[in-house]
Design a protein around this ligand. Structure first.
Ligand code: NCD
Length: 369
């Protein structure tokens, strides 16, 4: 008997990948070219800059179909057979409710076996194992690794090591410190599209991002994604201390995307089509009392919502604090609760795509009672 000693992911490795220091100096889109599988499908999804308009069309048409038939037994039964031979590990060492739960439901809806690591004190990190080794262990046992970490570099390093070592396990970034949260951007864009035809270049749209923009990964990821559309103008509304960083504005400059910064929310109420509210991201760095007081200028009130366009759309990634009072939830312009549900569906569509099951025509050919 011959025993096959090939370890999971193969021992082939990829000699074309640059060294780690070289890799780190690349732009996200360039890094993305190393994060594809053999058929050119995204194997590790870390940055919004990896997404093209073609991919968005594909993901959103599947999401739309899921939205229409999610309640049917026929669809759910079909989906539940697709990935029964796959394992998914949820490595969430930073807190999460929405993202964790929706990834867990998404993976289970596709039939995957799902395991979780949430508390580093209960993993071998406690014995002094490096975080990268813990992730490599999970890679050996899983076909998909969904990761959220306080230190964004951990996810980047893991995806680099997978590419370098020829490990086939897929990674999805579910929040890399203050850097990016690309699946949140996908679900928010899908939600915005359900109320505004923002892709139609006949209209010019203004999307306002309000609050702690400097430390917000969701703002960064959505802005990068919207930069695919030149007719969308980005409006960054924040106190100077929390304004968006140069890395993002340099990117928008490079792509010839219109944007401006403002410190006044009041002045933009009638001017913008989308209002993306943000809580203070004070887990990432010290925040003075003075800044906390100043932040109150970036809180929305029902009276301010009344002054917005009738067609406006209010988005918030949640969790919220006082910047978005509960009284606004029932306003027709509030879309953030819809977005939570959309998050589950967009994540199902993304996992389907990454495992090669994204043919919407197959879904459409099914018969539903
Ligand atoms: C956001 C996050 O974790 O970045 N939440 C989320 O994923 N829905 C926003 C936040 O924590 O403020």
């Amino acid at each position: 008997m011959k025993i096959n000693l090939t370890v999971h992911g193969g021992a082939m490795g990829n000699n074309n990948i640059p060294t780690w220091p070289e890799y780190q100096s690349l732009k996200e889109k360039e890094k993305g070219s190393f994060l594809l599988d053999d058929s050119g499908v995204i194997n590790s999804f870390l940055y919004s800059q990896q997404v093209s308009t073609e991919l968005l069309d594909k993901l959103f048409s599947v999401t739309q179909h899921l939205q229409q038939f999610w309640h049917t037994k026929e669809l759910r039964k079909y989906l539940s057979t697709l990935l029964v031979n796959k394992n998914c590990s949820l490595y969430f060492t930073q807190c999460s409710t929405r993202t964790f739960t929706s990834f867990s439901f998404a993976a289970k809806a596709l039939g995957m076996s799902v395991e979780e690591v949430r508390d580093p004190e209960l993993s071998a990190l406690y014995k002094g194992e490096s975080e990268l080794d813990t992730v490599l262990v999970l890679a050996s046992l899983s076909d998909l690794l969904v990761m959220r970490t306080m230190d964004g570099k951990v996810i980047e390093r893991a995806s680099y090591e997978f590419a370098k070592r020829g490990i086939k396990t897929k990674i999805i970034n579910a929040g890399s410190g203050p850097d990016q949260h690309p699946t949140q951007a996908l679900l928010e864009l899908f939600t915005i599209l359900s109320s505004l035809d923002i892709f139609s270049s006949e209209n010019q749209y203004k999307v306002a991002f309000i609050g702690d923009l400097k430390r917000s990964r969701t703002v960064r990821s959505l802005s990068y994604l919207l930069a695919l559309y030149p007719h969308i103008e980005h409006v960054f509304i924040a106190p100077d201390e929390l304004q968006i960083g140069d890395d993002l504005t340099n990117y928008l400059d490079e792509k010839n995307i219109k944007y401006f910064k403002s410190s006044s929310l009041e002045s933009q109420l009638l001017n913008c089509d989308v209002f993306y509210m943000m809580r203070m991201q004070d887990e990432y760095s010290e925040t003075s009392e003075e800044l906390r007081n100043m932040y109150k200028k970036y809180f929305l009130t029902t009276e301010m919502v009344d002054r917005m366009k009738d067609s406006a759309c209010i988005i918030h990634p949640l969790p919220r604090r006082s910047e978005l009072p509960i009284e606004i939830d029932c306003d027709r312009r509030a879309k953030y609760w819809k977005a939570v549900k959309n998050g589950l569906l967009v994540r199902v569509a993304l996992i389907l795509y990454m495992f090669g099951y994204d043919d919407v025509n197959k879904l459409k050919a099914m018969t539903y009672e």
